[in-house]
Design a protein around this ligand. Structure first.
Ligand code: F0G
Length: 440
C-alpha cells in the first residue's frame, strides 16, 4: 500500500490498528484493512491522553456564534473533541462546520412510542442533511493531509451527498458510485449539484461497494466509505455530544438505524473510549435497528454470530438497503462493549414512525424512523422500560426523500395509518369553505 512521506506531524500521535490481530500501521499509510483481512481502527494512546482530557476541556469549547473566519475548532461539534478524533492542526481542517445537532422531545411522539420521554438527536440537521458530515469532515481532512488526488465512495445517497460537498470545499475531485435508480431524489440532486463525478451502477449498493474498493485499490483514489477508519472517528462525535448534552450523565439507551454498520461501530468505540478516559462512569446500551428486508446483521446476531449472513436487500428505507454490511466485525465488538442488541422493524412500522416524527414538526427520512419504530417495539416487548432515558438517532433529513413521504400521504402506501392527503378543490371561496367546515 502507498505511503505519504510528507505526512503531517499531527498524525504521529495516532496509528492504525487491526481489530482482529492488533497489527499496527502508521496513520499516514493509505490502507483500509489489515494484511490479515481485519478491519482497522484509528488507535489513540488513551493512557497518554487521560491527563489531557476532561469534561471541562470539552465544556469550555461550547461557544462561538457563527461569524466570518471563526476557526472550525471553535464551533464544530466534531472538532471540539479533536484530541480523541484526529489531532489535526486548525489550518488543515475542512469543516462546514458540522454537529451541534438538536435533541428534540415531543409528548405526542413519546406517548406513541410508549416512553415517558424519548429524545431525538437530529443528525439530519447537519450541513448536507445527514450524520455523514461528521465523518466526512474528518475523512476529507485526512484526504487533504495525505495529498489525495481524488476521493471516492459507494453510497445509498447520503455519503455521496456529503462527500461531494466536502470534496468541493477542499477542492478535491470526487467520484461516487450509486445504485442506478435506487437513491432518493434529494440525495442524487446534491451529488450532481456539488459537482461530483457520478457513476450510476447497474446493480445494488453492495455491487457499488465492491467496485469502488477495487477502483480505490488499483487507481490510487482515496476511499471515503465507512470502511475508512477516519470517517468513523468523526461519527464518534454523535455519542460524545449526547453524553456532553446530558452533562456527562449517561442515558440508558441509544437506539439507531443500522445499515452498513458504520455508526454502530463508531458509537461503540466512542463510548468505550469515553469510559476509559473517565469522561463518564457509565455508558448507555445500544439498540441497532435494521429494516426487516435488509437485516443481515440481525440474522447473524440471532445465530450468536456463528455465521456471517448476507441478503439481497429490499426496503422502502433506501439509505439502509444494504445486504452485506462493511463494518460487520467492528459492530459485533460494539455489542460486546455496550451490552447491545439488534432488532428489526417492518417497512409499515418504519413509515408510520416516520409519519409520527414528521407530524410533530421534527421530520426525518425513512431510514431514520427505524430508530423510533425500533424503540417502540423494544418498549412493547419489555426490553426497554418506559421510564428509561432513551435517545433515538434521526440520521437524515425529511427533505432527502420527498417521494417516499408524498407516496405515503397520497395513497400509494396501502397501510398508511397517518396519511394526510391533500384535497383537490376548485379555485373558489365556497369550495374552500366546505373543506374548512368539514375539517376544523
Ligand atoms: N440512516 C441514513 C439516513 C443513512 O444514510 C445510513 C447509511 C444509515 C442510516 C445507516 O448507517 O451505514 O452507519 O449503519 N447510509 C450510507 C450511505 C450507507 O451511503 O449514505 P450505517
Amino acid at each position: 500500500m502507498s505511503q505519504n512521506h510528507n505526512a503531517p506531524e499531527s498524525s504521529s500521535t495516532i496509528s492504525l490498528q487491526c481489530i482482529r490481530c492488533q497489527k499496527s500501521y502508521p496513520a499516514h499509510e493509505i490502507r483500509y484493512v489489515c494484511d490479515c483481512g481485519g478491519q482497522l481502527d484509528v488507535w489513540h494512546d488513551l493512557e497518554a491522553l487521560r491527563p489531557l482530557i476532561s469534561r471541562g476541556l470539552f465544556d469550555g469549547r461550547l461557544s462561538g456564534a457563527p461569524g466570518p473566519r471563526v476557526a472550525p475548532t471553535t464551533n464544530s461539534g466534531v472538532w471540539r473533541y479533536r484530541e480523541i478524533i484526529l489531532p489535526a492542526t486548525v489550518d488543515t481542517i475542512v469543516s462546514r462546520p458540522e454537529g451541534n445537532t438538536p435533541l428534540y422531545e415531543h409528548p405526542f411522539l413519546s406517548n406513541w412510542v410508549g416512553a415517558d420521554a424519548i429524545f431525538l438527536k437530529h443528525e439530519g440537521e447537519n450541513p448536507t442533511g445527514s450524520f455523514k458530515d461528521r465523518g466526512m469532515t474528518v475523512g476529507v481532512t485526512q484526504a487533504k493531509l495525505l495529498g489525495a488526488k481524488a476521493v471516492a465512495c459507494a453510497s445509498t445517497g447520503n455519503t455521496s451527498a456529503s462527500l461531494a460537498a466536502y470534496a468541493a470545499l477542499a477542492n478535491i475531485p470526487a467520484l461516487i458510485f450509486i445504485p442506478s435508480g435506487k437513491i432518493a431524489a434529494g440525495k442524487l440532486a446534491q451529488a450532481l449539484a456539488y459537482g461530483a463525478h457520478t457513476l450510476q451502477i447497474q446493480g445494488d449498493f453492495d455491487d457499488a461497494m465492491n467496485l469502488v474498493r477495487q477502483v480505490c485499490n488499483e487507481m490510487g483514489v482515496y476511499l471515503l466509505n465507512s470502511l475508512n477508519p477516519f470517517r468513523l472517528e468523526g461519527q464518534k462525535s454523535i455519542p460524545l455530544e449526547i453524553l456532553q448534552g446530558f452533562h456527562w450523565q449517561s442515558p440508558d439507551w441509544i437506539v439507531l438505524p443500522a445499515g452498513n454498520l458504520g455508526n454502530t461501530a463508531a458509537f461503540g468505540k466512542a463510548l468505550y473510549e469515553a469510559q476509559h478516559l473517565g469522561l463518564v462512569d457509565k455508558i448507555p446500551r445500544i439498540a441497532a435497528v435494521q429494516a426487516e428486508g435488509a437485516s443481515p446483521f440481525y440474522q447473524s446476531y440471532q445465530l450468536n454470530f456463528a455465521e456471517r449472513k448476507t441478503v439481497k436487500a429490499d426496503t422502502i428505507a433506501s439509505a439502509i438497503r444494504i445486504g452485506n454490511p462493511v463494518s460487520y466485525e467492528r459492530a459485533i465488538r460494539t455489542l460486546k462493549w455496550v451490552n447491545g442488541l439488534v432488532t428489526t422493524v417492518t417497512d409499515d412500522e418504519i413509515m408510520d414512525a416516520k409519519a409520527v416524527v414528521d407530524r410533530t414538526g421534527i421530520g426525518c427520512e425513512p431510514a431514520s424512523a427505524a430508530s423510533v419504530a425500533g424503540a417502540r417495539k423494544l418498549i412493547a416487548e419489555g426490553v426497554i422500560q418506559p421510564h428509561e432515558t432513551i435517545i433515538g438517532i434521526l440520521t437524515g433529513n425529511l427533505l432527502k426523500d420527498p417521494y417516499a413521504t408524498v407516496d405515503y400521504h397520497t395513497g400509494a402506501w396501502p397501510n398508511a395509518q397517518f396519511a394526510n392527503a391533500p384535497v383537490q378543490i376548485e379555485a373558489e371561496l365556497g369550495a374552500v369553505r366546505r373543506v374548512i367546515e368539514k375539517r376544523l
